[in-house]
Write a protein of this length. Structure first.
Length: 82
């Protein structure tokens, strides 16, 4: 007969339960959205600092719009968490 399965540790059980907890699911989603905000902010800051903003207005506006969109999504997720 096959050997018995290894005993389940309390840490493994709590991790599994935590993964189903809505708080942890929202927290993970919010963390991803904040990362996107951070990346878009870096892109926007780099663009503003390294290009002629008077000439490159379209790229500046598009990047700013994306940044605002990411911030709005993160705020919406945060509001859901509250």
């Amino acid at each position: 007969s096959p050997p018995p399965p290894p005993p389940t540790s309390a840490a493994a059980t709590s991790t599994f339960i935590g993964e189903d907890d809505p708080f942890y699911m929202f927290r993970g989603d919010l963390a991803k959205k904040i990362l996107l905000v951070d990346q878009e902010l870096t892109t926007y800051t780099t663009l503003v600092q390294t290009t002629d903003t008077a000439v490159n207005t379209h790229a500046i506006k598009e990047t700013k719009k994306q940044l605002k969109r990411h911030i709005k999504h993160a705020e919406s997720t945060l509001a859901d968490l509250e």
